[in-house]
Design a protein around this ligand. Structure first.
Ligand code: NAI
Length: 308
């Protein structure tokens, strides 16, 4: 099995590192446009193989897509990251050209690959991939809600002072500070609704912290985060290559589900060897559905920028 990660920057390299440590493939190709950069990252990571005890061969290449031939999954992280004060939306123009070109090159050599889009603004980049590549919808997965849900569980674990692995919780909608919707009503700790364990104000703060979780880190780091985004990308790769049929929030094509069509948005899906395999229909109440519709409007406005 071969996996390709495009973009050897902070997120791509971390994703590749996680994939290698988990031995999700025999071969991992890390590709970047910057001369020698992916090669350097790959050699550095390969020099951890005997220390960490993994057997995945990581190969770094500069823009040579022939080396990616026969990949089962390709993760696209190429593009510019956010700078402090920048919104994900401001990245549209630059990253659209990069993501489209990269995806076309990947498919030229790996026509059956499942594509995971991470580059921002991710919802719009996923929609662009869906519209421009002509692939079956299940093979195009946007990674955003997987990360936002992990952040939601982190903030819940802090509020509850508990092990985050005992938490269930999902963030749906767009992957933007104002478009994501932490589904507090469905979040549980050891099967108990968190709404029974935390007061309303604390729960509202958890949701608010989750929504600005990315911006908080951008403020602290001077650029966007990479450990959790990279791990989230690798978790989706793992679910595909191990056919886990596991539940994640992913950005996928909606055709009437959750009341929306002709858009890619974050909803709970089962991920397995065919990509995203099934949308899980959490029943939304009126307020949640209104937030979801508002989120869809905002993402649709961004998608319209693509046509301009
Ligand atoms: P980075 O700047 O560290 O890495 C990006 C890499 O892409 C660079 O090494 C650059 O040389 C490469 N690149 C640019 N154009 C390319 C092309 N045409 N072909 C191949 N490689 C190319 O950025 P970072 O932090 O890794 O972020 C990458 C992207 O992921 C950004 O768009 C960022 O906003 C997004 N992101 C998305 C998240 C999500 O949850 N969906 C979370 C965090 C970041």
């Amino acid at each position: 099995m071969k996996i390709t990660v495009v973009g050897a920057g902070a997120v791509g390299a971390t994703c590749a590192d996680n994939i290698a440590r988990k031995e999700l493939a025999e071969e991992l190709v890390l590709l970047d446009i910057k001369e020698g950069f992916a090669e350097g990252k790959a050699i550095d990571m390969m020099q951890t193989a005997t220390l960490l005890g993994f057997d995945t061969k990581i190969k770094g290449v500069t823009n040579d897509y022939s080396q990616t031939a026969g990949s089962t999954v390709a993760v696209i992280t190429s593009g510019l990251p956010r700078k402090p004060g920048m919104t994900r939306e401001e990245l549209i123009g630059i990253n659209a050209g990069i993501v489209k070109g990269v995806a076309e090159n990947i498919l030229k050599y790996s026509p059956d690959a499942i594509i995971i889009v991470i580059s921002n603004p991710m919802d719009t980049m996923t929609y662009l991939a869906l519209k421009s590549l002509g692939l079956p919808k299940n093979r195009i997965i946007g990674m955003g809600g997987t990360l936002d849900s992990a952040r939601f569980k982190y903030y819940l674990s802090v509020a509850l002072n508990c092990n985050s692995n005992d938490l269930q919780g999902f963030v749906i909608g767009g992957h933007g500070d104002t478009t994501m919707i932490p589904l507090t009503r469905y979040a549980t700790y050891q099967s108990l609704p968190v709404s029974e364990l935390l007061d309303e104000a604390t729960l509202a703060k958890v949701a608010a912290d989750t929504m600005v979780g990315g911006a908080t880190l951008t403020g602290l780091l001077g650029t966007s985060a990479w450990y959790a985004p990279g791990a989230a990308g690798a978790a989706l790769v793992e679910a595909i290559v191990r056919d886990e049929k596991k539940l994640f929030t992913c950005c996928v094509a909606l055709e009437g589900e959750y009341g929306q069509s002709d858009i890619c948005l974050g909803v709970p899906v089962i991920v397995g060897k065919n990509g995203w395999e099934k949308i899980i229909d959490y029943k939304l109440n009126e307020a949640e559905q209104a937030s979801f519709n508002k989120s869809a409007d905002a993402v649709r406005n961004m998608n319209n920028v693509l046509a301009e």
